[in-house]
Design a protein around this ligand. Structure first.
Ligand code: V47
Length: 368
């Protein structure tokens, strides 16, 4: 069957034609894309958009993850990483030296990024975070620091009695280069109330990204999918991202994060299927016409599905990662890291062209 016939059969011809004409999709279009039975037709549309922007180019970077503490006062139902108090079983907080050692140990690696995400620790002083960044920059001045979600920024502001902007400014002064996209979860109030009621809300999350963009920083934005959210709530989430992006242009990548149920309070829920993962990436590519990159975070999706997502709208695979804990404590069976060689090989094997980028999408190398 020709693709046009498939689109006709599943009722997506008008959306295909509007995309062809460069028109922006509506909320209803997004819901229809989630509900259309033909996954391949949705994927084909997303791939057309992906190739229009990036051809076969597929981006990744050479990064490490440092999670300096898992002590966290928030009680998000989906989380298996957090421990409420210092001293609780499994709780840890690295000393600054221990955190810096993670970087020192990799002095021979051609890293370009450190990605830091922490729990919301009630007792550490603000100087811990400032010194953490300063120390990283002392050890490796060339490495980009993508640290602290908007949820952490809001927590710092409340705990240390500063404005969100003041926190951002002081961290930038210490070396912060951009914000990661964690903490977005699902923006719809119904879902947020149920799964993450006691941390920074949607409006403040978005306001912090707006402020960061205004201060000249770039950021990413995520969506945690595959738990209690509806198709309409997924589309609503994407549209709130699109709206802010229209004003600031500061988001670099949208990252759908596949929910992992193990060891969390939502452990009775099934994990999202591969078909759902491919569809979420595809719909994101189609709805977010003003966001350059859709990232398939291979740690969350699994390597095989991330590779397949490169034909369903995704053009980025995150990076080498190393020592990721949030997903591995929630049951992820992906490796804890991949070499740049391994990532390059799996991109090539998917028929795409690997490009090692830095955090700001400057080309670092084009693996053979
Ligand atoms: O906000 C926590 C998610 C996020 C679970 O900006 C879970 O480049 C699934 O945001 N199952 C942190 N997800 C990670 C993150 C991220 C990842 C990769 C790249 C970037 C980037 C950001 O992890 C949290 C939360 O949404 N998370 N627990 C879980 N059980």
């Amino acid at each position: 069957m020709l693709m046009r016939d498939r689109l006709e059969t599943c009722g997506l011809v008008d959306i295909a034609d509007r995309l062809e004409a460069g028109e922006r999709l509506s909320f209803d279009d997004g819901v229809r894309l989630f509900e259309a039975p033909d996954l391949l037709a949705v994927g084909w549309l997303a791939n057309r958009e992906r190739e229009r922007r990036h051809g076969g180019q597929t981006f990744f970077n050479h990064n490490i993850r440092i999670e300096a503490t898992n002590v966290c006062v928030a009680s998000c139902l989906f989380c298996s990483f957090a421990r409420l108090k210092p001293g609780d079983p499994g709780a840890y907080t690295m000393s600054l030296e221990q955190a810096w050692d993670k970087l020192r140990q990799r002095k021979d690696q051609a890293l370009t990024e450190i990605h830091v995400v922490n729990g919301l620790h009630p007792d550490l002083p603000f100087t811990y975070y400032v010194d953490l960044l300063r120390g990283f920059k002392r050890i490796r001045p060339d490495v980009h620091l993508k640290c602290f979600t908007a949820v952490e920024i809001a927590f710092f502001a409340d705990l240390y009695e500063m404005s969100d902007e003041q926190v951002l400014r002081e961290l930038m002064e210490a070396g912060l280069n951009s914000l990661p996209g964690g903490g977005a979860e699902v923006f719809a109030e119904r879902v947020r109330r149920k799964i993450s009621h006691d941390k920074c809300g949607t409006d403040r999350y978005l306001a912090i990204h707006r402020t960061a963009h205004g201060l000249g920083m770039r950021s990413n934005v995520t969506m945690l999918y595959g738990h209690i959210e509806t198709a309409a709530e997924r589309v609503d989430h994407m549209l709130r991202v699109r709206e802010l992006q229209e004003d600031t242009g500061g988001f670099q990548a949208f990252i759908p994060l596949a929910f992992h149920p193990d060891n969390s309070q939502l452990r009775k829920l099934p994990a999202p299927t591969a078909a759902d993962t491919l569809r979420v990436h595809a719909v994101a590519r189609l709805m977010l016409d003003n966001v350059a990159h859709i990232k398939a975070f291979w740690i969350a999706t699994g390597v095989d599905v991330a590779q397949t997502a490169l034909w369903f709208g995704a053009d980025d695979l995150d990076g080498t990662v190393q020592e990721e804990r949030i997903y591995h404590m929630a049951g992820a069976r992906t490796p804890e890291s991949m070499t740049t060689h391994a990532i390059g090989r799996l991109i090539r094997a998917a028929g795409r062209q690997p490009i090692e980028r830095d955090t700001l999408y400057n080309v670092v190398s084009m693996p053979a």
